[in-house]
Design a protein around this ligand. Structure first.
Ligand SMILES: [Zn+2]
Length: 185
């Protein structure tokens, strides 16, 4: 693997964030770290998070982490948008290797299509939700299980100025009166 290889990363948000939460209790992913893990062996030419509309409040934090972010319209498929972009960028020869962060078997046809276009395809996934079909056709696997100690954003504990309960945020609250989720208007 050469660092001259152009790598473009495509992150299926739900497919990474939900297992991170369910299996590893990661409440807030550190997207900057995730990007570095995905593009570690490549010259990074793009890294996009595909975000379902219901999670659109994460657009700002993800962009501030330095990643591109596409909020997918509620009537459209997140997978479909990711697949379309990966094929369009392959047609434009924008990358040599696609790094797809998802273990969903719905991407098998995409991987086969990209390989026919002479692209390498790396799959990054937690082991619990990596489809066997994807594992068998990928040119390489990034096992996110091994990266879980660094994938969690640092959490800061605050005391609610209204009810006095302690709660956590992925950033340090700057204002004078922090409010927990229950007390926030
Ligand atoms: Zn409170």
């Amino acid at each position: 693997m050469s660092s001259n290889q152009r790598g473009m990363a495509f992150i299926d948000y739900d497919n990474i964030a939900i297992p991170a939460k369910n299996f590893f209790s990661i409440q807030f992913l550190d997207f900057n770290t995730l990007r570095n893990i995905l593009l570690n062996n490549y010259r990074g030419v793009g890294c996009t998070v595909y975000l379902p509309y219901k999670m659109r409040n994460l657009l700002g934090p993800i962009q501030r982490s330095g990643l591109d972010c596409e909020v997918v319209n509620p009537r459209k498929s997140v997978d479909g948008r990711l697949i379309l972009d990966a094929i369009i960028e392959a047609e434009a020869n924008s990358y040599d290797t696609a790094i797809i962060a998802s273990g969903d078997k719905d991407y098998v046809r995409l991987v086969n299509t990209l390989k026919r276009k002479n692209k390498d395809v790396i799959i990054a996934s937690f082991s619990q939700n990596l489809s066997h079909a994807l594992r068998s056709i990928a040119d390489g696997i990034i096992d996110l299980d091994t990266h879980t100690p660094t994938l969690s954003t640092q959490l800061y504990t605050h005391t609610c100025s209204s009810c006095g309960n302690s709660f956590q945020l992925p950033f340090r609250f700057r204002g004078p009166n922090p409010l927990c989720n229950n007390c926030r208007p």
